[in-house]
Design a binder for this molecule. Structure first.
Ligand code: GMT
Length: 377
């Protein structure tokens, strides 16, 4: 199949999922066309069957806001025609589902049929999409998609609660490539990051308010009072500077390392003992799944889709949003002795295997085949 993938090309979870999906589909022989405003971050090499088409938005001084949707839908029309695309798979409803629908209508005018698959990722529904300024357009474009998927059951329920949706939403969870995480708890040069006695706690995100970065620091502050430990802060975003200020205020500068954005997530997770994810809301928590696949247990909030991924008492421990005292206690409970920690590590890795790329990508292929067969305009 010739498949067009539209996503945010950044370090965000939806872009990562879209890129990994495209890479796997290309290995299965499909021609994959990424249509985005810059090359997706995890798409280092343009391999066989992979293509990238940049969406350019010409700047014009009259516009306070440059019309990205217009440029994207025009690019989609051109790419569908030029590369004879069979299906468009858009990740993150805003504005991708909307732009894809416009492209579909323009193409229909030329008797070209192109089905649209929309994958809902989280904030496109829970935070941004449900804002009254966007809601009618988001509802419309979800209902006009030929197939709609969501990355968790919780996100499906949120979508049905927040919008008037007439379409069936199929849950297709996020995934990891189990093969990439085969190595069993190897050392990974952890001695460069911490002493033998110190436990390594890690947080990875885009440092947006929804991630509750301050909670991460507060949890660590309490933990390190009881147990020698280091905190690895990976990622970048608006909450990074306030987080650095808090670290300074709490005299934690020698114990907290800010990596910024990193392409070495696997290495960092390899030497981590525990992952913190105290988010306000989280449709799935791909970062937690990646941690689990590396054998790293997760202490998290119990919001959104996180409990579907992080099983309480098995792969980690969960608390109400903002309960930093309990999250600190949970962290200490998991790290208190090697036997407990190793049980959690083992469980985390085992549980992650149910999200293997092989099964999940096959589900997407089935959806593409179905829309190709059933769509009549
Ligand atoms: O919030 C982020 O980390 C970025 C955002 C995105 O769309 O890039 O993530 C959302 O999609 C991810 C991939 O499906 C999910 O794993 C995240 O849980 C979800 N984030 C939120 O719901 C806050």
């Amino acid at each position: 199949m010739n498949i067009g993938i539209v996503c945010y090309p950044t370090f965000g979870g939806s872009g990562v999922v879209a890129t990994e999906l495209g890479l796997e589909l290309s290995k299965r022989g499909h021609q994959i066309h990424f249509i985005t405003y810059s090359q997706p971050v995890r798409l280092d090499l343009l391999g066989k069957n992979l293509h990238y088409h940049e969406v350019n938005v010409p700047k014009y001084p009259l516009f306070l806001y440059q019309p990205y949707e217009l440029a994207l839908s025009s690019k989609l029309v051109d790419m569908v025609k030029l590369h004879k695309l069979d299906v468009l798979h858009v990740h993150y409803a805003i504005p991708h589902a909307y732009a894809a629908y416009m492209a579909q209508q323009m193409l229909l005018d030329e008797n070209i049929l192109i089905p649209i698959v929309t994958t809902l990722h989280g904030t496109d529904i829970t935070l941004v999409g449900s804002h009254p300024f966007y809601k009618p357009a988001v509802t419309f474009s979800i209902n006009k998609s030929d197939a709609v998927t969501s990355v968790s059951q919780s996100l499906k329920e949120d979508t049905l609660r927040l919008f008037n949706i007439k379409k069936n939403i199929k849950v297709v969870p996020n995934f990891i490539d189990v093969k990439k995480y085969r190595s069993e708890f190897t050392d990974c040069n952890r001695d460069k990051m911490a002493t033998k006695e110190e436990k390594i706690i890690t947080h990875i995100s885009n440092f947006r308010p929804v991630k509750r970065i301050e909670d991460v620091i507060k949890i660590f502050y309490k933990v390190q009072q009881k147990l020698p430990a280091k905190l690895m802060m990976v990622g970048d975003g608006p909450e990074r500077l306030p987080a650095e200020a808090l670290v300074k205020k709490l005299n934690l500068e020698t114990k907290v390392i800010f990596f910024g954005q990193s392409n070495e997530i696997d290495k960092i997770l390899c030497f981590s003992d525990l992952f913190l994810l105290p988010s306000e809301t989280e449709s799935f928590g791909l970062a937690a799944l990646e941690a689990m696949a590396s054998g790293v247990p997760v202490v998290s909030s119990n919001t959104g889709g996180i409990p579907e991924v992080n099983k309480n008492g098995v792969t980690g421990l969960l608390s109400n949003v903002g309960d930093v005292d309990k999250m600190a206690k949970d962290t200490l409970n998991i790290l208190k002795d090697e036997a407990t920690l190793n049980t959690y590590k083992h469980n985390a890795k085992e549980a992650s295997k149910t999200y293997d790329i092989y099964t999940v990508v096959t589900q997407y292929e089935a959806i593409y085949k179905k829309v190709l067969k059933t769509v009549v305009f």
